[in-house]
Ligand binder design. Structure first.
Ligand code: RAT
Ligand code: ZN
Length: 413
């Protein structure tokens, strides 16, 4: 049942007032300096916009990638905001972010918007964005395989408690033979084979990094053909290193399923696609490893219903987020309603996946609105069944949906 306007307004007010724990982003602790992206040019060269802009640009791939960021941003602005209406979700997002910062892009031009950002101080901009978005913590994506990021962790720094860490291990699971070179370079005695000695060295690597970054969970993105169990390096490493490590350290294992990397390599980061995953792999993981906790999100719309049903069967599975190509208002509403109807509040409807700080503003204001409407509809149905919910009960739902349920799940509660 659709909630009436007053119930929607009440739930929106409560959801807006609830601080968010954003469980997956690509943001960095401000101590990482230029790795923490913010400002109009980074907003415009976001890979979601790059792929949309190329549908209009007459610039070739090579010319685009050899241009500097400011030029690329100007091309994208012209293609997506000036020559066409910015109606896509990613374009609207730039406008929402600017609007929330008090910038009215209709009245300004790109140079004046740039001037506004150039006058900001990075640290106070972080404070302002987190406050405006009402986000209390953001979980980073931290890769020991990233040459730009790793030295920061190795040198050590004073952590900003608002930026919590998660250990990302794609190269380890998806390109094990070449990952062995990187592990060896970091002092772990591994060889390309699947040996007991290798498994224990990988566990040592995972333990060291988990402690170093104070990781909340360990995470991987997977192609649609991921299989488990299987005679693959990935399945072997999961069984012999990742899951035993996760059990020992009380860490969840997050799977982002269904990404086809480099469908169009000329688009670089913007060139990845989607494929339907075989969720039997996830079912087998959950069934065979009841003492492990799995977070999962699927990129394909076609996988969403099956994921929710699996979570009803396995208490060690926590669905999260409407990721990337599913982060559009229509799909977020569809997926969130389905999850609420089948799982109650024991899931996490959204994570921002922000790569640019200012994106928190739009990703969360857009998501909050949809989550609030879906939740209001559920409470309207309850009222029709004679169950009038109190503000306190709705606030409890909002806390669970905006990070609380995930934290309890990861804590084993
Ligand atoms: O959403 C994104 O920005 C993608 O490029 C991916 O990074 C994805 O979120 C991931 O974590 O693999
Ligand atoms: Zn991501």
């Amino acid at each position: 049942m659709s909630a009436d306007a007053s119930l929607v307004a009440r739930v929106e007010r409560i959801v807006d007032a609830t601080p968010i724990h954003d469980i997956h982003t690509h943001l960095y602790d401000p101590a990482f300096g230029s790795l923490l992206l913010w400002g109009i040019d980074d907003l415009l060269v976001y890979h979601y916009l790059v792929s949309e802009a190329f549908r209009h640009l007459d610039v070739g791939y090579d010319r685009f990638w050899s241009a500097d960021k400011v030029t690329q941003a100007a091309w994208i602005w012209d293609a997506l905001f000036v020559r066409h209406s910015p109606v896509s979700e990613a374009c609207r997002g730039v406008l929402t972010a600017l609007h929330m910062l008090g910038i009215e892009p209709r009245k300004g031009d790109l140079p004046s918007i740039r001037k506004w950002f150039a006058a900001q101080n990075a640290i106070s901009h972080v404070d302002r964005v987190l406050a405006l978005a009402n986000v209390s913590t953001v979980c980073m994506t931290n890769s020991p395989f990233d040459d730009e990021e790793r030295p920061g962790w190795e040198a050590g720094f004073d952590r900003d408690p608002r930026f919590v860490a998660a250990l990302r291990i794609d190269p380890l699971l998806l390109s094990w033979p070449s990952a062995t070179n990187q592990l060896r370079a970091q002092g772990y005695g591994v060889t390309p084979g699947r040996t007991t000695a290798n498994a224990s060295e990988v566990r040592r690597f995972l333990s060291d990094w988990t402690r170093r970054i104070d990781s909340r969970y360990c995470m991987v993105s997977l192609p649609p053909d991921f299989a488990y169990p299987a005679d693959t390096d990935a399945a072997w490493l999961i069984d012999h290193a990742v899951l035993p490590h996760a059990r020992e350290h009380g860490q969840g294992f997050a799977l982002m399923m269904g990404v086809k990397r480099a469908v169009n390599p000329a688009l670089k980061l913007a060139g990845d696609g989607v494929g339907r995953s075989d969720l039997v792999a996830l079912q087998n993981l959950c069934a065979a490893n009841p003492d492990n906790r799995f977070l999962a999100t699927c990129l394909s719309r076609e996988n969403q219903h099956e994921l929710v049903v699996l979570a009803r069967k396995f208490r060690n599975l926590h669905p999260f987020g409407c990721w990337w190509f599913t982060n559009t208002p229509q799909l977020v509403a569809e997926i969130t309603s389905m999850r609420l109807e089948l799982l109650g509040t024991s899931f996490t409807p959204q994570h921002s996946d922000a790569r640019v700080l200012d994106q928190l503003l739009y990703k969360w204001s857009h998501a909050r609105r949809i989550v609030a409407r879906c939740l209001a509809d559920r409470h309207a149905d309850l009222a029709a069944s004679g169950w009038e919910s109190t503000d306190g009960e709705i606030a409890r739902d909002a806390r669970e949906l905006l990070g609380g349920s995930c934290a309890a799940f990861l804590a084993g509660g």
